[in-house]
Write a protein that binds this ligand. Structure first.
Ligand SMILES: Nc1ncnc2c1ncn2[C@@H]1O[C@H](COP(=O)(O)OP(=O)(O)OP(=O)(O)O)[C@@H](O)[C@H]1O
Ligand SMILES: Nc1nc2c(ncn2[C@@H]2O[C@H](COP(=O)(O)O)[C@@H](O)[C@H]2O)c(=O)[nH]1
Length: 195
């Protein structure tokens, strides 16, 4: 059966948008308020940042390991982003959805496009910055990326922002509290029993 089983009970929520827009910040706040929601841990070939732990922030893989996971169809989606590979492990997502959980993916735009094919019922929310200038300030303010990495991410962001209208919902992350409450409302809308 295709991964988007019509019998699936849980809801798949995809948060996408440019790097630095605040997806991770919003997800952590969502999980504080809804600890029973499940955040997918991605695999990546990028090097860990300070404080990131294998199996918690990401599964940190070599390029060879990542290729093996692709070959074994262990990934629900994957993409190359700013010189590294990123992908969503399939099994935990399918298992949590089957158990009726709300599952969150925090992924870039190419992967979010693939999810439309594999999980047509997923709801995909594009997070926008108030402006490109604010996005740049957030990327720099985070202090986690080199100047080269920031330049790559900003270049990528220009393309990603043009794709916003493809997604089911668009949400501007201006005031964090406002954006969080809009996001919770959007997700809970989909959790209401349907007639
Ligand atoms: N609404 C907001 N107002 C001000 N600062 C914010 C807001 N949302 C997030 N930030 C800050 O912006 C920076 C980037 O946020 P975050 O790391 O969550 O982005 P991201 O979209 O998850 O990035 P990536 O895709 O690279 O993981 C962080 O320093 C965070 O504290
Ligand atoms: N397509 C996927 N994109 C992913 C996944 N996990 C994270 N990401 C996105 O990659 C960029 C860069 O992340 P960073 O941690 O290096 O800042 C960002 O947009 C993430 O949302 C994934 O499994 N698939």
């Amino acid at each position: 059966m295709a991964p988007d089983q019509t019998s699936a009970k849980g809801q798949l929520i995809v948060l996408t948008g440019p790097s630095g827009v605040g997806k991770g910040t919003l997800v952590q706040l969502l999980l504080e308020r809804h600890p029973h929601w499940f955040l997918s841990i991605s695999a990546t070939t990028r090097s860990p940042r300070a404080g990131e732990e294998d199996g918690q922030s990401y599964y940190f893989l070599s390029k060879e390991e990542f290729q093996t996971w692709i070959g074994e169809e262990k990934l629900l989606e994957w993409a190359e982003y700013a010189g590294n590979y990123y992908g969503t492990p399939r099994q935990p997502v399918e298992a949590q959805i089957a158990q009726g959980k709300t599952v969150l993916l925090e992924i870039e735009v190419l992967g979010a496009r693939q999810i439309k094919q594999t999980f047509p019922s997923a709801r995909r929310i594009f997070i926008l910055p108030p402006s490109v200038e604010v996005l740049e300030e957030r990327l720099r303010g985070r202090g986690s990326d080199s100047e080269t990495a920031i330049a790559k991410r900003l270049a990528q962001a220009q393309q990603e922002l043009q794709a916003a209208a493809e997604f089911d919902h668009q949400l501007v992350n201006d005031d964090l509290d406002r954006a969080l409450h809009c996001l919770i409302d959007l997700i809970e809308e989909g959790n209401q029993p349907q007639d």
